[in-house]
Design a protein around this ligand. Structure first.
Ligand code: FAD
Length: 286
């Protein structure tokens, strides 16, 4: 899809320190300058609690006037708690939810989440049963397979169950190999799955962090990228420039190949995403 027709969204996490809380409104405002379709706000990852997600969603909307979508996870939650939370979000004007299982502790690998809902498809069904089409529901997709899945086929079946349960769109885990994304899109087409699959894109800003995240979520870092990042890890400006080139080419490739949009994992940083934005020649309103 041409870049001008694609949709762009930005992911934030609820700040965990008073300093982070203080900075977030300006971060959101700076990112809002390019008018993303919406912001999403994570939940649970890194120890944030549901109030942190709720407060961040409300503050982002207040500060920017742009829609914000909370992430909602199955992990450790009950039907009642989720029902209450959904009502709270609805009352606050939320129109979109990213529905997930959530990350499990390493010891629980290969199992469902503890709580009333074990997998994301159950959460999607529950939200649709209670609220019909009131929320646009986004789910996760894994072009390189979810790290705890048995094999690519069972993982794709899990994705299909989320679509069958009523997901409206999907956002992929981040990846650096564009072909993995195209392969996933092809599998969707063969399975008659027609919901938009938005490419999740992680700017490259830090060698150690990226290596750790990628090992945990199963994102393949191509050998040449890994070697260059290793070499540049003590030269931050050069690392940022190299990462920008790699991720710009990736974004160009997925957009040219038909991706309906990009979801940027901003990690609450303005510069890396805005540099990508400008490199891609996307519009910057004055
Ligand atoms: P599911 O789709 O339920 O799949 C989880 C695993 O279970 C997969 O391996 C799947 O193959 C398998 N599976 C599914 N159904 C079955 C079944 N019936 N029987 C057996 N196996 C099954 N995590 C957070 O904690 N907070 C966040 O805010 C957050 N935001 C995210 C945003 C995006 C866009 C993405 C891509 C991920 C995010 N994550 C977040 C990470 C996500 O929660 C983890 O990857 C989690 O381990 C899986 O969530 P899911 O919704 O994809 O789970």
């Amino acid at each position: 899809m041409a870049a001008e027709l694609a949709q762009f969204s930005f992911e934030l996490f609820p700040p965990r320190t008073p300093e982070g809380v203080g900075k977030l409104p300006n971060i959101a405002a700076a990112l809002a300058a390019v008018q993303p379709k919406y912001f999403s706000v994570t939940y649970g990852a890194g120890g944030s609690d549901q109030d942190g997600t709720y407060d961040t969603v409300v503050k982002v909307v207040e500060r920017t006037g742009i829609e914000a979508a909370p992430h909602l996870t199955c992990v450790g939650s009950s039907r009642d708690k989720i029902a209450t939370l959904l009502d709270r979000y609805k009352a606050a004007g939320v129109k979109r939810i990213v529905a997930l299982r959530g990350d499990l502790p390493a010891t629980a690998m290969g199992t469902g989440a503890p709580g009333d809902f074990h997998y994301a498809n159950e959460l999607v069904s529950f939200i649709r049963e209670r609220h019909g089409d009131a929320f646009q529901l986004e789910v996760a997709a894994y072009p390189e397979m979810h790290p705890q899945a048995r094999n690519p086929e069972t993982d794709f079946d899990a994705f299909r169950r989320k679509v069958d349960a009523g997901a409206h769109a999907a956002i992929t885990q981040y990846f650096f190999v564009a072909d993995a994304y195209f392969d996933f899109i092809e599998r969707c087409a063969k399975a008659n799955i027609s919901i938009p699959v938005i490419a999740g894109i992680m700017p490259i800003t830090n060698h150690a962090q990226l290596t750790r995240f990628s090992a945990a979520c199963g994102a393949d870092i191509p050998r040449y990228v890994r070697l260059r990042l290793e070499q540049l890890q003590d030269d931050k400006p050069a690392l940022l420039d190299f990462g920008l080139d790699v991720v710009t080419r990736l974004c160009e490739s997925v957009l040219k190949g038909g991706a309906p949009g990009i979801h940027f994992y901003t990690l609450n940083q303005v510069e890396p995403t805005m540099r990508l934005w400008k490199n891609l020649g996307l519009p910057v309103p004055h």
